[in-house]
Write a protein that binds this ligand. Structure first.
Ligand SMILES: *Cc1c(COP(=O)(O)O)cnc(C)c1O
Length: 394
């Protein structure tokens, strides 16, 4: 008889394996998948009670599905959140947060070094709805504070950033945000709760692209928003219910199985990335290596303080420019040329012409995306094979 109850007494690894599971009458050991769009009610009165919210339970899978709920509860247990709302993608998690919590006339302060598509969402679409954004340098606490206006409602960031793995002191920024009555929203995609828990450091909301390390094997699209019941459970969930960027039960199942091995995988990604970063620093073709686990990283001490590992993203600048960058990418035989990250398979990207290719030259320069920059999302292959593959094009 299984007696696991979701509570704080269990350690991280235990919650990753067991939180949120509800067994059916079949007593399955692994979590069940519920591919159903709707549910039947016992009576007209029960249907009415469910729809009015008087009685909790399943209504329609756009906003209630048992497999999705298990994933939400497991991720909430790992982030230390009261509530998690799953979405169809990382971008829809970000969109649901902005639209669910903000109104026309509100203002956002965002890190400049965010996922390229998030920049487009803010500048091309949120702006159109009357929600303006001011961009600041991620590590610069004074710049964050100076950019906050009376109508600022939300601060948004990723730490470490991608691809340059810059950090911000989350606890210090949370103090500024709360003094100014703003919500601090952290996209925790690159480290996952296995290596960093922003809510424990004072952030109000954590966002995920589950497509990356939570899946961990490059199969499914999905996202999530974690926070309090009052903020995420009302505003963000309310938008999801009415607008419908919902996570499919199958993808939720893949993600919740992914969470079971998340800590082991993140540790292995970090070990390979550390070894690769140290090797890259020795290569004559390399001008500079960006990895928070290196003593040469300007925020190495902060990374040690607020993270429990350094993650799988390593970037480096070649002495050359775009031609040398493309030559290195094209010389690889094993590493995958793809912009995805968070996969067991190592991937290589030239950010200037892919993930950040839609930014203007000025935006690229501000974001520090030079022509000789290469990003590696370090996978779980043998580290010697990863090094050998990169050595071919240097
Ligand atoms: C990929 C990514 C997103 C967007 O997630 P999708 O699942 O692709 O929609 C958002 N933030 C970060 C940091 C990402 O890497």
């Amino acid at each position: 008889m299984s007696d696991y109850k979701d509570n704080e007494e269990y350690g991280f690894a235990t919650r990753a394996v067991r939180a949120g599971q509800v067994r059916t009458h079949e007593n399955e050991h692994s979590e069940a998948i519920f591919p159903t769009s709707s549910y039947v009610f016992g009576s007209a009165a029960e249907a009415a009670a469910r729809f009015s919210g008087e009685q909790p339970g399943n209504i329609y899978s756009r906003f209630t599905n048992p497999t999705v709920r298990t994933f939400e509860q497991r991720l909430a247990a790992l982030e230390g959140a009261e509530r998690c709302v799953a979405t169809a993608s990382g971008m829809s998690a970000i969109l649901a947060t902005f639209i669910g919590l903000l109104s026309a006339g509100d203002h956002i302060v965002s890190s400049r070094s965010i996922f390229g598509t998030t920049t487009i969402l803010l500048t091309n679409f949120m702006a159109k709805l009357g929600i303006a954004t001011t961009f600041v340098d991620l590590p610069d606490l004074n710049a964050w504070e100076a950019a906050i206006k009376p109508e600022t409602k939300l601060l948004f960031l990723e730490t470490p950033s991608n691809p340059l793995v810059e950090l911000v002191d989350i606890a210090a920024l949370a103090e500024i945000a709360h003094r100014k009555n703003c919500l601090l929203v952290v996209d925790n995609c690159l480290l996952t709760p296995a290596l960093q828990r922003p809510l424990e450091l004072g952030a109000d909301i954590v966002i995920h692209s589950a497509t990356k390390y939570i899946d961990g094997q490059g199969r499914c699209m999905g996202g999530a928003v974690c926070g309090t019941q009052a903020v995420v459970g009302e505003g963000v969930y309310g938008f999801l219910r009415s607008a419908g960027p919902s996570l499919s039960p199958f993808n939720a199942w893949v993600f919740l199985k992914g969470l079971e091995t998340l800590q082991l995988r993140m540790k292995a990604h970090s070990e390979n990335a550390q070894a690769l970063a140290e090797w890259l620093e020795q290569q004559p073709a390399v001008k500079r290596v960006y990895y928070p686990g290196l003593a040469s990283h300007p925020q190495h001490e902060l990374a040690r303080k607020q993270q429990s590992g350094f993650g799988g993203i390593v970037s480096f600048e070649l002495n050359g420019g775009k031609d040398e960058g493309w030559r290195l990418v094209d010389a690889t035989r094993m590493i995958s040329i793809t912009a995805n990250l968070g996969d067991t398979k190592t991937t290589i990207t030239h950010p200037g012409t892919t993930t950040h290719g839609r930014l203007t030259p000025e935006q690229k320069q501000e974001a520090g995306i030079s022509d000789g920059l290469i990003r590696i999302a370090v996978g779980l292959e043998d580290i010697e094979d990863i090094k050998a593959d990169l050595a071919r094009g240097m």
